[in-house]
Design a protein around this ligand. Structure first.
Ligand code: IMP
Ligand code: MG
Length: 175
């Protein structure tokens, strides 16, 4: 098997990622003071970011997961399918969607619209990376760790055809 890690150019080191997440966690704690957050982690990519984010937060949470899919290889399709739904009722809850990356925006728009039909009290979105120039639909993101240019990223949850998620830094794959 070829070594994917060796083919990556480091974009954000482990330490830089953690430092930035800490800042976002503090901001979330301020914004949700006295509340409980129902965190919805978008499988599978956001698992890594979710764990580091919620363990840096002081605000109490309930953890939920959801899984949608829109991707084949390295191209976004805009075709979203729900692979795993929620396990509990989110009505009346303050929901925070935690996603690894926003690219075209189709995935998060679909998710937000779906979750809205379940009558939560509020919905906000936190993303690790934002490829802003790639946006194809309007969607507001509340917390962003890093804005990046249009390069395919791998590591710290990001995969290329399911490989590379456990690489401890975020790297770019130059094809
Ligand atoms: P969107 O619907 O176009 O915003 O795409 C969002 C989804 O595409 C994310 O949840 C990721 O799974 C995937 N994605 C987008 N860019 C990358 C990347 O550079 N590396 C790995 N996955 C990506
Ligand atoms: Mg994803």
């Amino acid at each position: 098997m070829e070594n994917l890690k060796e083919k990556l150019n480091v974009l954000y080191k482990k330490e830089e990622i953690q430092e930035r997440i800490e800042k976002i966690a503090n901001q979330i704690d301020k914004d949700y003071e006295g509340k409980e957050i129902l965190v919805i982690s978008v499988l599978k990519g956001a698992i890594f970011f979710t764990v580091d984010l919620v363990t840096k937060m002081k605000t109490p949470i309930i953890l939920e997961t959801i899984q949608v899919s829109s991707y084949q290889g390295t191209q976004s399709t805009g075709n979203i399918i729900m692979k795993k739904g929620l396990d509990s009722d989110i009505s009346g809850k303050d929901v925070l969607i935690v996603e690894d990356i926003i690219d075209t925006g189709y995935t998060l728009k679909y998710l937000k619209e779906y979750l809205q039909t379940l009558n939560p009290k509020s919905i906000k979105i936190a993303v690790l990376l934002d490829k802003k120039e790639r946006r194809k639909t309007e969607i507001n993101v509340d917390y962003t760790c890093f804005e990046i240019e249009n390069k395919f990223v791998v590591g710290y949850g990001f995969d290329v055809d399911e490989r590379g998620r456990n690489i401890p830094f975020i790297g770019t794959l130059e094809e």
